[in-house]
Design a protein around this ligand. Structure first.
Ligand SMILES: Cc1ncc(COP(=O)(O)O)c(C=O)c1O
Length: 425
């Protein structure tokens, strides 16, 4: 007796006219939850700032996994550090320590100028696995002050876990998940008077991004972070600076708040720290470093040796290759190159280092995203009139120039396609 043909499988087989990218999209929609929408492109490999998709198309990656791939893709230092670590000790529980996490915590305190015995105030590090978790931990630290209120900024983004979401000043992201953890109030970003008005001795913490990345690369106005430092200090409230997107060299400094000349109480980090591996960190400074007590917080994977090894490789390479200066110079070069195009669709460029927002004169950033992809560039559209660039810190000037040269045609095509979509001439 012959087995009946498995018609279900035959029927489910995708038509062979689909491209590998289309096949991937079809498989995605059958296997993954729809919280991101279906990605149109399957990336299969990368080297430096270049990635290749399933159809064999090559892209210059000007987004770097959203400010994550600090050293680009497959950087030999990360590959070696991760390979050696996983072959030595892949994971330990929090009942033990290991050399890599010790080295990383000391290195982080060094770059923040907070190493015990070398500085006053001293700092202490808490590891976690993502930016949201770093802010979640900072939220819990703020609760431990015993004060009921927290202040964050309209438009801010601090992550998707419930505490981090409660601090996120974008109601559309919060509303479906209400009730939020209580006590968070929002003030307009950059408004010193509003912050002064909001902060009193009942405030546990003020959470601020030095540049609001997800809101459209909006830098803090000059003097805002310094005023926030002064106001929080006057009332004994913590100043938590969210450096998840801006930290680890992204803006040409180890931390973006350094250029404001302030020392916060808490710094949260993730994204670029692991160069592609999932690791986050909270640096507590002075009294804030002693808020969490044994048993109050934890995470199985926090301080994982493989992720810590990747982070150490990222920090050493940024230093040994002089990437902070490179990022500073290249960011300015890109910004002036784009503004010098004097293209009617470009209003101005804002941001710092290699976190740049190209502000457009029309709401066509989504169409520009697609046109850029067609032209072989990965960018993104955090706001309808803003294109964001957050490329690997190892991007070369020649690679950056190739994008600047291609930008006018990308914008023209984006305008044409959005007009066609709206049916306007
Ligand atoms: C400033 C900031 N904080 C927190 C987060 C959340 O980080 P994660 O996605 O790693 O949870 C992000 C992510 O975009 C961010 O930009």
């Amino acid at each position: 007796m012959t087995a009946p043909a498995n018609t279900a499988l035959v029927d489910a087989a995708p038509a062979n006219t689909q491209s590998p990218n289309e096949l991937a999209a079809a498989r995605w929609s059958r296997a993954l939850m729809n919280n991101f929408g279906v990605p149109p492109v399957e990336l299969v490999s990368g080297q430096g700032a270049v990635v290749i998709d399933a159809d064999g198309k090559q892209y210059l990656d000007l987004l770097g996994g959203i400010a994550v791939n600090a050293l680009g893709h497959a950087h030999p230092a990360v590959v070696q550090a991760v390979s050696e670590q996983v072959a030595t000790l892949g994971h330990v529980s929090n009942f033990f320590t290991h050399p890599t996490v010790l080295a990383l915590s000391e290195r982080l305190l060094d770059i923040a100028g907070l190493r015990d015995g070398h500085s006053d105030p001293n700092g202490r590090v808490l590891f976690c696995n993502s930016g949201a978790e770093a802010n979640e931990a900072a939220f819990k630290m703020a609760r431990l002050t015993g004060r009921p209120r927290m202040i964050a900024a309209d438009g801010a983004f601090h992550g998707r876990t419930m505490g981090a979401l409660a601090l996120t000043g974008q109601p559309a992201k919060r509303t479906p998940f209400e009730p939020m953890p209580g006590g968070v109030e929002f003030v307009p970003y950059g408004d010193i008077a509003a912050l002064r008005e909001a902060v009193d001795d009942t405030v546990a913490a003020v959470f601020l991004e030095p540049i609001m990345g997800e809101a459209g690369v909006i830098p803090a106005p000059a003097g805002y972070l310094a005023a926030a430092r002064q106001i929080t200090a006057e009332h004994g409230a913590l100043l938590v600076i969210d450096e998840v997107q801006t930290g680890i060299g992204r803006t040409g400094n180890w931390f973006a708040h350094t250029s404001a000349g302030i020392v916060p109480d808490v710094i949260t980090l993730a994204k670029g720290l692991g160069g592609g591996l999932p690791i986050g960190a909270v640096i507590g400074i002075g009294a804030a470093a002693a808020l969490l007590q044994p048993g109050q917080h934890g995470s199985t994977f926090a301080g994982n040796p493989v992720c810590a090894a990747a982070a150490l490789a990222v920090l050493s390479t940024i230093e040994s290759d002089g990437l902070l200066d490179h990022v500073d110079g290249l960011g300015k070069h890109i910004a002036s190159g784009v503004e010098d195009l004097a293209h009617p669709l470009v209003d101005h460029v804002r941001g710092s280092g290699l976190l740049l927002g190209i502000v457009l004169t029309e709401n066509i950033s989504a169409a520009a995203n697609v046109a850029a992809r067609d032209a072989g560039f990965i960018i993104n559209a955090p706001a309808p009139d803003v294109i964001r660039l957050a490329p690997p810190l190892i991007l070369t000037e020649q690679q950056a120039d190739s994008f600047v040269t291609a930008l006018p045609a990308i914008l023209d095509s984006a305008l044409a396609s959005s007009k066609a979509q709206k049916g306007t001439p």
